[in-house]
Design a binder for this molecule. Structure first.
Ligand SMILES: C[C@H]1O[C@H](OP(=O)(O)OP(=O)(O)OC[C@H]2O[C@@H](n3cnc4c(=O)[nH]c(N)nc43)[C@H](O)[C@@H]2O)[C@@H](O)[C@@H](O)C1=O
Length: 333
């Protein structure tokens, strides 16, 4: 373990992160900088969530679905590690526009792997799948292990199953050092308000600030998800790529299932305002996986990783993040 945390030994190790300006990508960039890596990244538009550390990074603009732009940036960087995080990650959007999600996620990763194959730096590559690839899991299959079959029920799940298999194939065919992870739900500051914890916290922060009536809109509260903190998840990504075995795949989760109702109850315990909770039909999905829970023994045994941030702390941090954002928005106008 000391090996991957030794800053001096990583000073010349160049990593490249796709999706660096996003939710998980920004925390990964911070984590790798703190561990002494030289961090590069691909941004589509602006620096987003890495604006505050921009001077410590080398950012290049490009479109993940355009091979030439991906190849040009990777050929310039010649990274020793690639963390491929860029993706369309909101499940309901994939039902509205399936091809957009499939194209972005599948073509995007194909471009990264094909470009990496042409590099003489022979990078290690982290491919990010999802528990959505497991899809419709039966109660007797819980907790979900890496050998549980894929039965995706959303185009997003299909795209992640494909990315996962593609990562395997590039290892099997070309012997490339590809390590795959299958993260379960992760929450934390900076997450878009599309996702459940941020969706609830952002409404609550606005209600507290008096800029929204005291009605909190929700979707399916019965679903059970395996939530972990994004800061624990990016630590797992780093350890998986440094300590994991090429060609292998690792679940990343907490090992516990919680209902969306219990997430809501935890949030409401942190506020003193009275809210009415109302079911919003627009937030219901054509199909929703009823329960997921990760078997995380494989990554624990291989890397020693374990989640460290308690669920309540993550939820509190999400709410505080949205309180700050709401304050900044309404004080500056
Ligand atoms: C691992 C996996 O994790 C995530 O996928 P997700 O599970 O779809 O995440 P979510 O936060 O959108 O929904 C969680 C649950 O919460 C329910 N729910 C209730 N009420 C609202 C609501 O108001 N908003 C949302 N978004 N969900 C709601 C919703 O029906 C679902 O059962 C992505 O990061 C994905 O990229 C990924 O890979």
């Amino acid at each position: 373990m000391a090996r991957v945390c030794d800053k001096r030994s990583k000073r010349n190790v160049r990593v490249f992160i796709t999706g660096i300006s996003g939710f998980a990508g920004s925390f990964l960039a911070e984590h790798l900088l703190a561990n002494g890596y030289e961090v590069w990244g691909l941004v589509h538009r602006g620096p987003g969530h890495v604006a505050h550390i921009q001077t410590q990074l080398t950012l290049r603009q490009g479109d993940i679905t355009d091979f030439e732009s991906v190849y040009a940036v990777l050929a310039e960087c010649r990274p020793a590690r690639i963390y491929h995080l860029a993706a369309q990650s909101f499940v309901p959007r994939s039902w509205e526009n399936p091809w957009e999600t499939l194209e972005n996620n599948i073509r995007g990763q194909l471009n990264v792997l094909e470009a990496a194959r042409r590099l003489d730096s022979a990078p290690r590559i982290l491919v990010v799948g999802s528990n959505e690839a497991y899809g419709r899991v039966q109660p007797n299959e819980l907790p979900i292990s890496e050998t549980t079959p894929f039965r995706p029920i959303s185009p997003y799940g299909v795209s992640k199953a494909t990315q996962d298999l593609m990562g395997y194939q590039y290892w099997a065919t070309y012997g490339m050092h590809v390590v795959r992870v299958r993260p379960f739900n992760h929450i934390g500051p900076r997450q878009s308000a599309q996702f459940v914890a941020a969706a609830f916290a952002s409404q609550l922060a606005e209600i507290e600030a008096g800029v929204r009536p005291p009605v909190l809109y929700v979707g399916n509260l019965d679903a059970k998800r395996d939530f972990s903190d994004v800061r624990d998840v990016v630590r797992a990504y780093h350890l998986a790529l440094e300590e994991g075995t090429a060609g292998e795949v690792y679940n990343v989760g907490s090992g516990e299932a919680r209902s969306v109702q219990s997430l809501l109850d935890t949030l409401l315990a942190f506020t003193s305002v009275e809210v009415r909770v109302e079911r919003d039909p627009a937030r219901m999905r054509p199909s929703d996986i009823p329960e997921v829970r990760a078997d995380i023994r494989k990554i624990q045994a291989t890397t020693g990783w374990a989640p460290e941030i308690p669920f309540e702390q993550s939820v509190r941090d999400v709410l505080d993040y949205w309180r700050q954002r709401v304050r900044a928005r309404f004080h500056s106008s």
